[in-house]
Write a protein that binds this ligand. Structure first.
Ligand code: ADP
Ligand code: ASP
Ligand code: MG
Length: 494
């Protein structure tokens, strides 16, 4: 039986065999059928060549596979630009749209099967018509713009996911495309919707599972969802990772794989630190901190649904699928060897200070201040409470005047803008605590406005002037690497 199995595994890797029959049940019996969600980011589906790599990665796997796809690299930016231009110059917006649509048609033209190619071309045009209608509505004015922007942006993932589903089918891999709006249900908040897990779970059970049971590779666009009334919503920039985690959690998948353009989560942003290295393993907690502090490779919300259900998240390079990538789970490497650095520009330090002269208000000052932040939808990067003030680090895009008005009865708000958060994370900070104390030596003359260890002993964060952030990341990374060499040498001498 074993030799037949191995032969079968081998032969299934050829395109011809894939075209002829489905073998899902066979592998389920052998225990090989991992339920996997594979998410491919924008660069991984940038053009026909990149999509061919996606098809090869998905085709080399067995068992229930759900593929979550981002828009083609740059498509979301182009759509946002189209939405912005539409208000001033609808003709120019339509021209930009035409160029973007052409880019999608160019990929569709590589589909071999004529009927499938024509159908795909028609689908691309159909989504493009929705964008044109959106441009016209924005140009006419007098409309609520955020819902229209969401419908425009959604086209990016609807196009790309349709294309990937067709390319899979063209290679003999039975695929089933689903409109993300019927799968990921949300609270309807335009631009940054939150998932409605109960409704999404129901949709996944009703739509995704039956297709997987028929041995189809399910393909769905990331980033996009729909609100309670069926209106199109998006999850926030970079949100396709989050879509993969939401769907993975609802499927109770064995793994959520994030396929991107780097070899995994690195010890620092490779654009800032050229010799950053791949972290083979990372804990959920550390990955969450890194992502929240600007490691763009993962959307910060990705970790929560995965961690809640104990599903490993694996970050891999679609250009180098032979590389193992980074595995993120509850344990991480567990060897006290991880140390990484990240930075996040564009944050403000906000002090909410209790007004002594204020009329008495119900509830404690801290509770009121926290509640006001939450009511205003402000998400806090890090914060600290002391006596009469709450100090929080928030994204600088928050609505300061709106927030001031909200707390005016009981507090003053002071803001320092133009800052960046720099964070160091990893279990080495616990196993070698002097790394943390010595780290302050590398700050040099950078002004440190705030220090936080609120994420626990495996991390610390400092708030500095924006211009100092990258230099500090590089110096901290060096500091950890030197420490690492010393530790390795000491171990070798023992
Ligand atoms: P995708 O389009 O696949 O979602 P992103 O551009 O969102 O890819 O994320 C991948 C990019 O994240 C990398 O190309 C890299 O420049 C950046 N990045 C920032 N910090 C890190 C880090 N610590 N590890 C890996 N990549 C990082
Ligand atoms: N296409 C969306 C963006 O560019 C979502 C994603 O790529 O994750 O933000
Ligand atoms: Mg991304």
């Amino acid at each position: 039986v074993r030799s037949i199995t191995l032969k079968k595994v081998f032969s299934l890797r050829t395109k011809q065999t894939r075209r002829t029959r489905s073998t899902g049940g066979f592998f389920v019996c052998l225990g090989e059928a991992m339920m996997v969600v594979l998410k491919f980011g924008g660069t991984s589906v940038a053009d026909a060549e990149a999509i061919a790599r996606v098809v090869a990665i998905v085709g080399a796997r067995r068992g229930p596979r759900t593929v979550v796809v981002s828009a083609l690299a740059g498509a979301t930016d182009a759509l946002l630009d189209i939405a912005a231009v539409a208000a001033m110059d609808a003709a120019r917006a339509r021209l930009s749209l035409a160029a973007l649509v052409r880019r999608h048609h160019d990929i569709a033209a590589t589909i071999e099967d004529a009927a499938r190619r024509h159908q795909l071309g028609a689908d691309i045009e159909g989504f493009a018509r929705t964008v044109t209608r959106g441009i016209d509505k924005i140009a006419a004015g007098g409309v609520d713009v955020p819902p229209i922007v969401d419908t425009l942006l959604a086209a990016g993932e609807l196009w790309s996911s349709r294309i990937v589903a067709a390319c899979l089918a063209d290679e003999g891999i039975a695929s089933h495309w689903l409109d993300a709006r019927s799968v990921v249900r949300t609270d309807g908040r335009h631009g940054s919707a939150a998932p409605d897990f109960a409704a999404t779970q129901e949709a996944v059970s009703g739509l995704v599972r039956p297709a997987l049971a028929l041995d189809r590779v399910v393909v769905v666009g990331g980033f996009v969802g729909s609100g309670p009334a069926g209106e199109t919503t998006t999850l926030g920039r970079g949100g396709s990772d989050y879509s993969a985690a939401i769907v993975g959690a609802c499927l109770q998948a064995d793994a959520i794989e994030i396929w991107t353009d780097v070899d995994g989560v690195l010890s620092a942003d490779p654009r800032v630190v050229a010799d950053a290295r791949v972290l083979p393993a990372l804990s959920y907690a550390d990955a969450h901190v890194l992502a929240s502090f600007g490691a763009k490779v993962l959307h910060p919300k990705t970790i929560e649904p995965a961690a809640a259900r104990g599903i490993p998240v694996v970050v891999r390079n679609s250009r180098r699928p032979e590389e193992p990538g980074t595995r993120i789970d509850a344990d991480g490497a567990g060897d006290g060897q991880v140390a990484a650095v990240a930075s996040r520009a564009g944050v403000s330090l906000v002090q909410i200070v209790a007004r002594r002269s204020a009329a008495p208000v119900d509830g404690s000052f801290a509770a009121l201040a926290f509640q006001s932040l939450s009511d205003a939808g402000v998400s806090v990067v890090v914060g600290e409470f002391s006596d009469d003030r709450l100090t929080v680090v928030v994204d600088e895009s928050f609505d300061l005047e709106g927030f001031r008005a909200r707390v005016a009865l009981f507090a003053d708000v002071r803001v320092r803008a133009g800052l960046a958060a720099v964070c160091a994370v990893g279990d080495r900070l616990t196993s070698e605590p002097q790394l943390v104390t010595d780290a302050f030596g590398v700050f040099n003359d950078a002004s440190v406005h705030f220090v936080s260890r609120s994420n626990g002993r495996t991390s610390f964060a400092v708030i500095v002037d924006d211009r100092d952030a990258h230099g500090l990341v590089a110096r901290l990374h060096d500091h950890f690497r030197v420490g690492m060499c010393a530790a390795t040498e000491a171990a070798a001498l023992r």
